[in-house]
Design a protein around this ligand. Sequence first.
Ligand SMILES: Nc1nc2c(c(=O)[nH]1)N[C@H]1C(S)=C(S)[C@@H](COP(=O)(O)OP(=O)(O)OC[C@H]3O[C@@H](n4cnc5c(N)ncnc54)[C@H](O)[C@@H]3O)O[C@H]1N2
Ligand code: MOO
Length: 429
Amino acid sequence: MPVNPRAACNCDVQPSGPDLMSVERAIEVAVGMARPITGAQEVVLRFARGRILAADLHAPQAMPAFDNSAMDGFALRLQDIPGTGPWRLPVAGTMTAGSALGLAGAVVGAALRIFTGAPVPAICDAVVMQENCDDQGEHVLIFSRPAMGENIRRAGEDIGAGALLASRGTIIEARHIGLLAGNGHASVQVRRRPRIAVLSTGDELVDRGKGSASIHDTNRPMLLALCEGLGAEVTDLGICADDLGAMTGLLRANATQYDMILTSGAASVGGRDFVRPALYAAGGSVEACRVALKPGKPVFFGRLGDALLTGLPGNPLSAYTGFQLFVARQIAAMLGFSGAEMSVEKAVAGFGWKRKAGRAEYLPVRIVAHDASGRPIVERLGHGSSASLMPLSQADGVAVLDASSTEGACGTPVSWFPFCRRKFAWRSI
Ligand SMILES: Nc1nc2c(c(=O)[nH]1)N[C@H]1C(S)=C(S)[C@@H](COP(=O)(O)OP(=O)(O)OC[C@H]3O[C@@H](n4cnc5c(N)ncnc54)[C@H](O)[C@@H]3O)O[C@H]1N2
Ligand code: MOO
């Protein structure tokens, strides 16, 4: 059981005093700055998965649109099979799915060969499934009397004409696409995606395969993927050198196209941490910065024209944590959601800790067992380095130690955010 793993990022030697906002306050500030995106666009239904409905959608007509058969069998009138059976009726014709109604008159004193989904003439009272008949070609022997209406799916029994199919704000999943397609919608009005530009900072960074420096840009592909996963339209602004002029120029050039610019690195207090100075120089502002959070302390929340500019720390685990806590909620607010759906759950710590109070700590954890009440017992992964994504990549979720918590024993209840299980069955997609 690891206790007090070494603070590999040296964060705890830095002051964690009143100049740091609480995580809760930082969430308030971050979300309060985000404005819901206005504007909608029409998309072909087939490509609408994950988009958000911009307006209520109604059924243009009743469903089913006409009475139809639920079984392969024979449609008939009950008055044509009086008394006790079996009954022998001539077969007046055949109705298949897609047939036009037309044989109604011929059914008097006769049966109609019918297949699943075929329209049932109004004159018919029921459909006898073929397992209860002997199909003799021109005649059919009916062995059992069906109940009135048996095996007939009535017009409008599922959905009335004009009924609400899906309401504004619905995140469209495959099941909605099926429902809407089945009701004749070929395209839908959806909210515009938030436009987010992502850039990294640092002379030391290279894209994979380019240059000889040893630090591959980790954050940019990760943040682009995170933004896309939440439905944003992303733009990759590349890597900006550690240069105030270059950064200022890049921000000026991109000030008007996006709803959000997301930076990582150069957010802290070092001499080369120039993102905030560049933001000021480009005419932007910083609303709040520095959070009582580990990892992720140097995060800041700014604006550039109409765009939000959120600055995440350079250490990859700090950037990831800052994204999940703040940026994901800003995106949710842009999309018109409160973010309340990011529900926290309870786990049991399978580890103990002794630490300095002051910052809430988010730890990658893995489930090792469940207690008698079914709560997961989680063990801590890694040794606390905000530079390493290895523990996170192996985690089942992230546990939270409150800012005030200085120590805890194995068995203490902790809050945690479980990652969605990658189940292939019954996934909501
Ligand atoms: N004197 C102080 N030093 C530091 C403080 C502090 O309060 N006082 N805070 C520490 C904390 S906490 C963090 S977190 C880091 C974050 O600093 P920056 O946001 O300024 O980030 P950089 O210095 O640019 O980079 C930090 C680290 O991360 C690597 N990095 C940056 N970008 C990427 C990327 N896209 N992909 C992979 N790795 C990246 C970079 O090479 C550095 O190793 O500051 C502490 N220092
Ligand atoms: O080292 Mo910092 O706390 O990772 O954000």
